[in-house]
Design a protein around this ligand. Structure first.
Ligand SMILES: Cc1ncc(COP(=O)(O)O)c(C=O)c1O
Length: 417
């Protein structure tokens, strides 16, 4: 049974009795209130980005970015276009399949959902510890995400839990390479093949090797501001099955068969090419693709920088507190986030102490088994729910200098005394 809150229903209800938008704006528009709110927001941003504060993550600016952006701007083609095509080609040249640059990883997951969905009530099994997008992308496509428990050592999806939650309505299993850990999906691949299910890899935390063909039927990438190749926002869908590509392209461009670039590639613009299905505007822009392309060549170098910060933290943090648990690091780990586990009371006192000296921390993630939309479908998730209260993410990003690392370690030590 679907209990989704339907946002369209709200909109419809509001629009039925509300005055037209222009009247609303005139009535509620208070420039002085807006200006004060804007100034407060700027102050907040200033406080968290002042030179003395250490954020959890900070996007690097590759040396070639500014000149690449200048050429993109001068080309006068800023929407989905040739740079997106080059990016897609980078994800298929050595691994095959096809790729489509999307506005976000959420959009890529949502396109995958629309491609596999057969009917209302289709279910997709997702790990309980992940960002909400992993489930929401399927929910908004009319599927039921079923959050299941994760492994206690890695917090990656637990195969036994997946098996326990298979039903005749299951259409897909999603794995998340959480924090950059590479999950070996060979067992899940066999399981999906046996049951005729799609295997979807949420690669938001790990781009991985572009020469290696993903084991999943779909792999979804994120280029948002805290990921390995940041472009502010952006994503990419890779898929194996050739026959799905044209439908996927229509889904990301209003259901049309000819996009703006194709239409305007002749002086006498081509027609619009209505397809048979529906679609949104879910594509990447060439401006964002320029960011991603400039970053791709630096991924290994930036990963090495994060890895060396990991090595320091792993050596020096546990000395101050023995109840801290570190995740096993694999050679294939992108080291995107440095996450530890510690008892909830210690977590909050350490977070407070670090914040007092200008160091940001975060908690990735609350368990989806407690999400109001899906809690009723979720399997028992004791591991995920315990982890939710214990996870702590510390600052770690390329070019984080040794002084900033010293500050984190010494603030941690002070907090633990
Ligand atoms: C695991 C995971 N999946 C999906 C997403 C969604 O990515 P995007 O912000 O590009 O939509 C994120 C974003 O943080 C994520 O962490």
């Amino acid at each position: 049974m679907k209990t989704a809150v339907n946002p369209d229903a709200n909109l419809a209800a509001n629009s039925a009795d509300a005055p037209p938008p222009a009247v609303l704006v005139a009535k509620h528009h208070k420039p002085e209130v807006e200006a004060a709110a804007y100034a407060a927001r700027l102050n907040e941003l200033h406080a968290i980005s002042s030179p003395n504060t250490i954020p959890v993550s900070r996007p690097p600016i590759p040396s070639n970015l500014l000149s690449d952006l200048a050429s993109c701007l001068e080309s006068r083609w800023w929407g989905y276009g040739p740079r997106c095509a080059v990016l897609e080609q980078q994800f298929t040249a050595r691994r095959g399949g096809w790729a489509l640059a999307t506005s976000s990883c959420t959009a890529a997951l949502n396109v995958a959902a629309q491609l596999i969905r057969r009917s209302d009530g289709d279910e997709v099994i997702v790990p309980a510890i992940t960002f909400v997008s992993t489930a929401m992308a399927f929910h908004i496509a009319g599927m039921h995400p079923i959050p299941v428990d994760v492994r206690p050592d890695t917090l990656l999806i637990d195969e036994e839990s997946v098996i326990r939650h298979l039903t005749p309505r299951t259409r897909a299993v999603v794995v998340v390479h959480l924090y950059g850990q590479h999950q070996d999906v060979s067992g899940l691949r066999m399981l999906c093949d046996r049951h005729g299910l799609a295997l979807i890899e949420d690669c938001a935390h790990r781009i991985g090797n572009l020469a290696e063909t993903p084991a999943g039927d779909f792999a979804c990438y994120s280029f948002n501001a805290v990921k390995e190749a940041p472009a502010g926002e952006g994503g990419l869908l890779w898929a194996r099955e050739a026959k799905l590509e044209s439908v996927a392209r229509e889904i990301t461009y209003l259901g049309m068969t000819i996009d703006t670039l194709q239409r305007s590639s002749t002086l006498l613009h081509r027609g619009y090419g209505f397809g048979c299905g529906s679609g949104g505007k879910l594509r990447l822009t060439d401006v964002a693709a320029t960011f991603v392309l400039a970053c791709l060549g630096h991924i290994d170098e930036w990963q090495a920088m994060r890895r060396s910060i990991f090595a320091r933290y792993e050596k020096e943090l546990p000395m101050a507190i023995d109840s801290v648990a570190l995740f096993p690091r694999l050679v294939t780990d992108s080291c995107l986030m440095f996450v530890v586990r510690l008892p909830p009371a210690e977590r909050s006192s350490i977070r407070r102490a670090l914040a007092d000296v200008g160091i940001a921390t975060s908690t990735h993630y609350p368990s989806l088994s407690r999400h109001p939309l899906w809690s009723q479908f979720a399997g028992p998730c004791p591991v995920a729910e315990q982890a939710e209260d214990e996870l702590l993410t510390l600052p770690c990003f390329p070019y984080m200098d040794s002084h900033a690392q010293d500050r984190v370690i010494s603030a941690w030590e002070t907090a633990c005394r």
